[in-house]
Each structure stands twice: as C-alpha cells, then as structure tokens.
Design a protein around this ligand. Structure first.
Ligand code: ZN
Length: 701
C-alpha cells in the first residue's frame, strides 16, 4: 500500500476535519484503509477481551475514531456539497459500512463480555454514564438477536429480512399509488386565490408530466406557465396541502381528499395485507426477544416507562383539547355558512375554511415579517440569549477552521466563568439548491471523548437554508426560519455543552429517542417571548423593532386551532400504540376497526366509512416510528414543562432566569445520554413531567 495517508484529508485523526481539501476521489482509498484496519482490529479486540472498561469499551471507541474523520465527513458533504462523484463514492462504500457495523454490534464475544461486566462486583464502581453506555450496547445487541440460538435465531433473522422487504414494498406502494393520481386544472378561474408557490409547483409538475409514463398529459401538450396553467395537482404534500387550503371548487377538494384517504388500499398497490403481515411479524419478533408486545419492545429503549405511561399522556392531553376542537369546528362551519356554503362542513372543507379564518384573524404574511429579521441580528439575539441562560460565551472565529464553502461561518463556545473553551460549531446559513439538501438540521461533527488521555472537545454542524444576501440586502429570515434556527441550535447546545467524556453517551449520543427533542423545542419557546423576540428584530430599512401588534398576531396564530391539531396527532399516536400492543393481528378485528374506534373518541369529525388512512401511514409501517409516534408529543410535553419552570420564576427576573438556565445546562445539556432522561428531568424540574405546561402554552388549559 502506498503511503498516501499523509495527504489524504480523510485519513487525519486529529483536529478539525480538513473540509477545504476533501475531494470525492479520495474517499475510496481512505475508506479502504480505514475499513481494512478496523476489520483487523475487531479480530484483535474479540480475541483479547477482558470484562473491564479498558478491556472492551476503550478499544471499541478507538476503533470508531478514524471513521469519525473518514466516513462522517462523507455523509456531511453529501448534504451540503453534493456531487455525482461523491454519491458514487458513497454508494460504493455504504454496503461495506453496513456489514462492518453489523459485525461489531452483533458480535457475540463482545456481547458476552459486556454481559459479564454487568455481573462483576466492579460494575458499581463504573460511573453512571459508563454503565449507561454499556447497557445501551447490550440492549442494542439483544434487539438485533445476539442472545438467540438455533431455531429461534434462524426464525428471528428470517422475520427481520421479511419485515425489511415488506417495509420497502409498503413505501413503494405508497409512492406508486401516488404517481397514479393526478388532477389537471385548466380553467384559470378555478385557480383564483392560489398562492404563487402552488401555481409554480403545479405548473412545473404539468411540464414534467409530459415526458412521464405515469401521467395522461400528452407529450405534445403545450407548455404550462405558473400564471395561466394548466396545472397538475398530485397527492404529494407540497401540492395536496396548499390545494386543499386554497382551491375554491369543493368537488375537486372532495375528489382529492378521497384519493388521499384511500391511497394504496386497493388494486395493484394495495397495502392492506402488508399491514396485517407486518403487525404479525413484529409481534412474533417481540415474543422471540422476550417481550409481550412490539410496543413493549419499542418502549424498552425509550424514556416512557411503558404503554400505560404513554396512554396516560394521551388521556391527559385529549380531554382538555376536545372542547377546543369542537369550538374550532363550529367556527369553521359558521364561516363557511356565512360565506355561502350550503352543504354541511366535511373533511374536504376544514383545511379550506381554516385558511380563510386564519387570513381573517391574522392578516400578516411571513414575507411581511422578513425585513425585521436580518440573519446577523437574529444570531446576535440567539447568542445573547444562550449566553444569558447558560453562562457561556460565543465568539465568531471565521478563518480558524477549514470550511467546505466560503459562506460557512465558524464559532467557538467558552464557559463564561472560566473562559475555557468548551466546543465549537459551523453555521452554513444559506440555501445552495445545486448542491445542498433542503431543510435545516444539526449534526455532530466530532463528539466529546477522550483521545490519548485528553478530552477532545465537541464540534457540531448547524445547517440552514435561508435566503442568501442579495447586493446590499442582507439575508432576511422568515419567522419559521428563525424558529428552526433556534430549534437546531437547541440540539447543538446539547451536543456542545455535554460534560460526558464517553463518545457512546456524550452529547446526543445515547439519548432516548422520545427525549431527543427536549432541548431543541425548549429553545423554540423563546421565539415567542416578547423581549427575546423583539430584541432580535431590526427592520432592514427603518431600523425599527417588530411592532407590538405583529408580535401579538404571531403569538395568537401559534395557538390557532391548537386543540384540533393536537387531537389529530393524538389520534395517530394512539392508533399506532394500540395496533402494536393490545391489537391481535390474528383476530377478526381489522386495523381499520381500531382506527375507527380511536377516531370516535378523538375526532370531532368522524372518518369516512372507506377511510384507509393507515394504508399510507409510512411513518409506522415503513419508517422508524412504530410504537413511537407518540414521541413527538412526549418530547413536546418535556420541553413545554421545562420552559414552564422559567415562566414560573418570571421570565424577566434576570437573576432567577440565569440560575435556572445554569441548572438546565448542568442537567439536561451537560449529561445528555449519560443519565436516564427521567432522572435528568427530575434533577432539573424537581418532579416528573406534567402535561399542564403544554396545555397552558397552547391555550388549551
Ligand atoms: Zn429536532
């Protein structure tokens, strides 16, 4: 092997990744080396295991280190600097990485050694974070079937393969069934009231359809234009949702709604049998691993203690929401009838009239808000909030880190009391459609861990897709974008302010899935706090802060139809939980019966007789949310309740707010995966989480 390691930037294992030097052409060589080295080391580790931290966990951490410099940057660059070459390089390596991680995570000798450690008298001498790291690894291995033997093992692997096949088939059916449906709108009058983005999306879809086999649009049809059509509406959400909100022809809305609710439920792309089969196999899999139900299996690695804890949350949120949802519906029905609709209000009317009501109540647009939110001002506001709350100092450090694009900014974070550096982060703020994925995300760059006896500080990536500056106009943010930045920064704080030194459980590592949104949503809450919000606004021309009346409208619109929206989420969550716990997939009851029962309790508008919404519920049948859909609300309860602590001491009492902020940093942000989230929450709040804060903050309690 030639000694190219000196100049291959994917092969460094110290300092920050040299992003400015990384090229797709270097990936294969670097990964070949790193994988070959790891394969050899794994054999060594397995043959020299001793049931101590130094004998298993440390070598495993060391094994992982080169990957955080070689493989993690590949994933990162795919998101922010995508190219055909990089994709090809990634695809070529991906299967080997999957194989390698299976090899490590499902190693029987390593598993046995970790189990032995738990039985050693020395177990209690490990600190809590170390024990959590080991317990997490053991559970992960057990859930992958490591503890099974013989026929049981065989059956387990068979089920796993089958479940993975079915889940792919399920999601392909949803995609294919969606493709089969289109609604062409030719009459310009019927597009009256549509937002510009819908017209653009629908005209573009029409033009693309001319060369697609999935469409009836003829190849020689004339070109569509956003202003005059024709427009093609599909069941994809960016098309479907605004259409249901703004299209005036009721019969068209009904057609769309019925198509969406019966998606993938008949004909060639029918998911009904796949759902039953999935539930049967999941139940059997859970049984093989020693759990009564798939829900029990899912919850064994989450913060919620069990199905009943989740049901309690559903109950305490649904009862207070119901009367609000009833009056929400009444308000829509009144508006519809005042506006001349003679038919009674049905499913395909609610989205439409809700938007009319929203326009009536809160007559502002996101575009109107933008000039008040120049990015630099928002960052100043965000950083000063973080500094006030968490006793840190954030410093711009552009030029101190190699970056993948000259728009990328770099910051360091220090402890304000000791001046010692704690972490750093990259902010990649603007959209670059040709190479950057849409949306916003936070991801770890380097985790906090011990390397050669010294603490390596954590580094995170914050990626947004804001409007770039144009000429003299700085980047102006929409309010949603501001909220998103706060959200991702909250994740970032947990990654950066961690005080845990073991990679497995430092930062967001090892944090239970249903608790992972605590810090992020907690930060979002501050966007509705008047002083915080107004403090980060400065009109790009007039220099004025956001006027009070606009602030009031933002706050009021946050809680618009909160009861209805909450109930809808609970309906999904409860259906998911019942299907994976008490429901018998071998019995005579159907999954649709279960959904209907839940709806009759939770919905103010009963589902259609032919409702087959579950056939398109990819979150739970083709995604990672099985017996986990409740997590969205669970996290929201935690973050609202954590924010409630600040409300209780009075958000303007500086001394009390910073003392509480410091407590939040020392518990939730510092210990992350190193302590059970329920214990951490209790450390911070002095009690278990309560749903009252969420209800109060959304105007429901
Ligand atoms: Zn998040």
């Amino acid at each position: 092997m030639s000694d190219a390691s000196n100049d291959n930037p994917f092969l460094v294992t110290r300092g920050l990744p040299p992003y400015d030097k990384m090229e797709a052409s270097q990936v294969a060589e670097a990964m070949d080396r790193v994988i070959a080295m790891a394969e050899k080391k794994i054999d060594d580790i397995e043959q020299n295991l001793t049931p101590t931290w130094e004998g298993v966990m440390q070598p495993l951490e060391a094994l992982d280190l080169p990957f955080s410099y070689a493989w993690s940057p590949v994933g990162h660059l795919l998101g922010v600097k995508n190219s055909d070459d990089l994709r090809t390089a990634h695809e070529a390596i991906q299967p080997r990485m999957v194989e390698l991680s299976l090899r490590i995570n499902q190693s029987r000798p390593i598993y046995d050694c970790l189990k032995a450690m738990q039985a050693e008298p020395d177990w209690d001498r490990l600190d809590e974070a170390q024990r959590r790291a080991i317990e997490g690894k053991v559970l992960q291995a057990e859930h992958a079937g490591v503890g099974l033997e013989g026929e049981q093992k065989e059956r387990f692997l068979e089920i796993s393969r089958e479940l993975s096949r079915i889940s792919t088939k399920f999601s392909n059916n949803v995609l294919d069934a969606r493709k089969q449906f289109e609604l062409i709108i030719e009459d310009v009058g019927n597009a009256e009231g549509w937002p510009t983005t819908l017209k653009q999306v629908a005209a573009q879809s029409y033009n693309e359809a001319r060369t697609s086999d999935d469409s009836k649009v003829a190849e020689d049809a004339g070109e569509a234009s956003p202003d005059s059509g024709p427009w093609r509406i599909t069941l994809d959400y960016p098309s479907f949702i605004p259409f249901m909100q703004h299209h005036r022809v009721r019969a068209d809305r009904e057609l769309m709604y019925r198509a969406q609710m019966t998606l993938a439920s008949s004909g060639e792309f029918n998911n009904q049998e796949l759902i039953r089969e999935t539930l049967k196999l999941r139940k059997e899999k859970a049984g093989l691993l020693g759990y009564d139900s798939f829900a029990d299996l899912s919850l064994s690695s989450k913060m919620a203690s069990g199905v009943s804890a989740v049901s309690d949350m559903f109950d305490s949120l649904s009862a207070p929401s119901k009367p609000h949802a009833d009056s929400d519906l009444k308000a829509l029905a009144e508006l519809a009838s005042e506006s001349g609709q003679t038919e009674s209000l049905l499913h395909w009317d609610t989205g439409f009239w809700a938007e009319r009501l929203r326009e009536k109540l809160f007559d502002y647009t996101d575009e109107e808000l933008r000039p008040y939110f120049p990015l630099s001002r928002v960052l100043d506001g965000l950083f000063s909030l973080a500094e006030r709350l968490f006793d840190v100092k954030i410093t711009r450090a552009d030029g101190e880190a190699p970056v993948w694009h000259d728009e990328v900014q770099y910051f360091t974070v220090a402890d304000a009391s000791t001046d010692e550096q704690m972490a750093s982060f990259y902010l990649d703020p603007y959209s670059r459609p040709s190479e950057k994925r849409g949306g916003a995300w936070m991801a770890g760059c380097l985790d906090r861990r011990i390397v050669d006896g010294e603490v390596r500080l954590p580094v995170v990536h914050l990626i947004c897709n804001g409007t770039p500056p144009v000429g003299d106009t700085p980047s102006l943010m929409g309010f949603r974008e501001v909220e998103t930045l706060f959200h991702e920064f909250g994740h970032g704080l947990q990654g950066m302010l961690t005080a845990v030194d073991y990679a497995e459980v430092s930062g967001l590592g090892g944090v239970e899935w249903d608790a992972v949104e605590l810090a992020s949503q907690f930060m979002e809450n501050w966007c509705y706090h008047k002083e915080t919000l107004l403090g980060m606004t400065q009109h790009v021309e007039s220099g004025e802060p956001l006027p009070d009346d606009l602030y009031e409208k933002i706050v009021a619109s946050r809680n618009f139809r909160a009861g209805s929206l909450l109930l809808r989420q609970l309906e999904f969550g409860k259906t998911d939980m019942l299907l994976h716990s008490s429901f018998d997939p071998n019995g005579s009851e159907t999954v649709f019966d279960v959904h209907r029962q839940v709806s009759s309790e939770m919905s103010v508008l009963q589902p259609l007789e032919e409702d087959r919404f579950l056939c398109g519920f990819s979150h739970i049948f083709a995604g990672g949310y099985a017996a986990g859909y409740y997590s969205y609300k669970w996290s929201e309860v935690l973050s609202a309740d954590a924010f409630g602590a600040f409300e209780e001491v009075g958000l303007t009492d500086e001394a009390k707010v910073s003392a509480l902020g410091r407590k939040f940093r020392d518990t939730i942000l510092a210990l992350g995966g190193g302590r059970h989230p329920m214990e951490l929450f209790k450390d911070f709040r002095g009690r278990e989480p309560d749903t009252k804060a969420l209800l109060r903050q959304t105007g429901l309690g």
